[in-house]
Design a protein around this ligand. Structure first.
Ligand code: ADP
Length: 180
């Protein structure tokens, strides 16, 4: 049991529309309510600040993820709970970030391409299918599933509240949060 309240990185990976933002925000709210300092690093938001001008080639995606990982490792070292919400499609790059980040908890936010496409929260799948946007993960760019994530939220079967509760419960079990 790893009892420490010294910050950790909760890394949510999954297809667009799988539920990363929704779960991140729900977990953030619960943690803030408990008085913890929390910072969300959202892949899309980071792209408009830290990672302007990066595209969606493997190389650019990897740079984006490494920069997020770097910031997450700095913040979590200073008692901040960092929640990363980023497709982060490449297994090897996620593993690289895991190695450079203390207290790394990977969450696979799992939903099939079919369901994500039906949800099409931001209308991006339709644009990817019509060819308006290229290199869209799941359509014409790869997504490599996590092999051994600490947590899997199957958002096709769980409600939003169930997924959030699952994450909090596992963090308590791992000793990252005190059990209420
Ligand atoms: P992402 O950030 O991965 O692109 P979003 O969180 O923006 O995905 O969208 C996920 C959609 O799926 C939302 O409309 C959300 O309400 C829905 N959803 C259904 N079940 C779940 C669940 N268990 N967890 C998270 N989202 C869910």
């Amino acid at each position: 049991m790893n009892i420490n309240y010294s910050g950790f990185t909760l890394w949510l990976t999954g297809l667009s529309g799988a539920g990363k933002t929704t779960i991140s925000q729900g977990v953030e709210l619960q943690l803030k309510t408990r008085g913890f300092p929390v910072e969300i690093l959202d892949g899309d938001v980071v792209r408009t600040h830290l990672c302007q001008r990066l595209g969606f080639s493997k190389e650019d995606r990897d740079i984006n993820i490494r920069r997020i990982g770097f910031v997450a490792s700095l913040l979590s070292r200073h008692q901040v709970i960092v929640i990363v919400s980023a497709i982060s499609p490449y297994k090897e790059t996620r593993e690289e970030v895991r190695q450079m980040t203390e207290n790394f908890v990977e969450v696979y936010v799992k939903a099939s391409l079919n369901i994500c496409e039906k949800r099409d929260v931001k209308g991006l799948y339709a644009k990817a299918r019509s060819g308006e946007i290229k290199q869209f993960t799941g359509i014409d760019d790869p997504y490599e599933e996590p092999v051994n994530p600490e947590i899997t939220c199957n958002t096709e079967q769980e409600t939003v509240d169930e997924s959030i509760a699952k994450v909090i419960c596992k963090l308590e079990k791992m000793g990252y949060l005190p059990i209420l």
